[in-house]
Design a protein around this ligand. Structure first.
Ligand code: DOR
Ligand code: ZN
Length: 349
């Protein structure tokens, strides 16, 4: 019997996850299913998942990749385009396996070209979502080339989100992977069905970790890591016991060659060690007692789902993250590769 401290929590929900498709699912689905019982799956495939039937076919491919000894429920989303018909929203609402629609401003991030250029063009669809109570998940960054990359989230709140909330106050919204003190303050002012997800990498790191002493592409993600004060604000929000802030890894796998390149892809592959990384952040804040609510309860509450009845346990025992993992015909570098983590999932060999 180990005497190490342990934390037992209901199986958590990853409220923001990229799994990719095809052979990638063998790596990505196994990694997430070891950590999470459910995950909100992003639709930024190529081509984008704009129709319910495509999202449901993708769901079947994900389920086929779940290792036999595990269970995992993918919560599907649709990719909002300027040509999406309102009828697709009605179909999504009627479909129990589709939980939300994702707004990518065109050009904001990986595979966002099919996204939205002018919000006015999607207003009829957003109005229907507000009527039906179907959540909109937002990548909250402006793409105006005149705006500095470090300011894109704060400017999005001013230019896009505040006017949108005024026009459609009933629209349920999740502001995804927030990275700034401005976003934290904005979320705290909201009432009704409004929430934000927080990644482990933004809780643990600031931009110095990416840029001082050499450029580390495995820390490059979008929205980009910000300065230290922002990380502090995010960590305070995540550990505050406020149900508007919950776990969403934004784990975004790219093969090693695509990351370690002259033009590195954005995304941190955090899924294989997600809970251990969040536990590290919560331990730093002295708030491990809030981890179960943040990881397992608040997202369930937002989506109107029961909390998982199965449990998992984290043990305060150090172990080393693998240097790399198989991915497609290449390798992938998990976040914190080769480093020692102080928390370990009980099931981990
Ligand atoms: O870093 C990111 N990677 N941010 C996103 O918004 C998309 C993601 C991806 O799909 O690679
Ligand atoms: Zn994402």
């Amino acid at each position: 019997m180990s005497s190490c401290p342990r934390i037992t929590l209901p199986r958590p929900i990853d409220a923001h996850l990229h799994l990719r498709d095809g052979h990638a699912l063998a790596t990505t689905v196994a990694a997430s299913a070891r950590q999470f019982g459910r995950a909100v799956v992003m639709p930024n495939l190529v081509p984008a998942l704009t129709r319910c039937q495509d999202a449901l076919a993708y769901r079947d491919r994900i389920l086929a990749a779940v290792p036999a000894e595990l269970s995992f429920q993918p919560m599907m989303t649709l990719y909002l385009t300027e040509t999406m018909p309102r009828a697709e929203i009605d179909r999504a609402h009627a479909e129990p396996d589709i939980y939300a629609v994702k707004l990518y401003p065109a050009g904001a991030t990986t595979h966002s070209d099919a996204g939205v250029r002018h919000l006015d063009r999607v207003m009829p669809v957003l109005e229907r979502m507000a009527e039906l109570g179907l959540p909109l998940l937002i990548h909250g960054e402006v793409t105006d080339p005149g705006i500095d990359i470090f300011d894109r989230e704060a400017v999005f709140i001013e230019r896009v989100l505040i006017p949108l909330r005024q026009r459609l106050p009933e629209l349920p919204i999740v502001l995804e992977h927030i990275t700034t003190a401005e976003a934290v303050a904005y979320v705290q002012e909201q009432s009704g069905r409004f929430a934000a997800t927080l990644t482990a990498h933004h809780l643990l790191h600031d931009r110095n970790d990416m840029l001082v002493g050499g450029m580390r592409p495995h820390f490059f993600c979008l929205p980009i890591l910000k300065r230290r004060e922002h990380r502090r604000a995010l960590l305070a929000a995540a550990t505050s016991g406020d149900a508007r802030f919950f776990l969403g890894t934004d784990s975004a796998p790219h093969a090693r060659n695509a990351k370690e390149s002259a033009c590195a892809c954005a995304g941190c592959f955090t899924a294989p060690t997600a809970l251990e990384l969040y536990a590290t952040a919560f331990a730093e804040a002295g708030a491990l007692d809030h981890l179960a609510d943040f990881a397992s309860r608040y997202a369930a509450q937002f989506y109107g789902l029961p909390v998982d009845t199965a449990e998992m346990t984290l043990i305060a025992e150090s172990w080393q993250v693998p240097h790399d993992l198989p991915y497609l015909d290449e390798r992938i570098i998990p976040f914190h590769a080769g480093q020692t983590l102080a928390w370990r999932l009980e099931a981990r060999p």
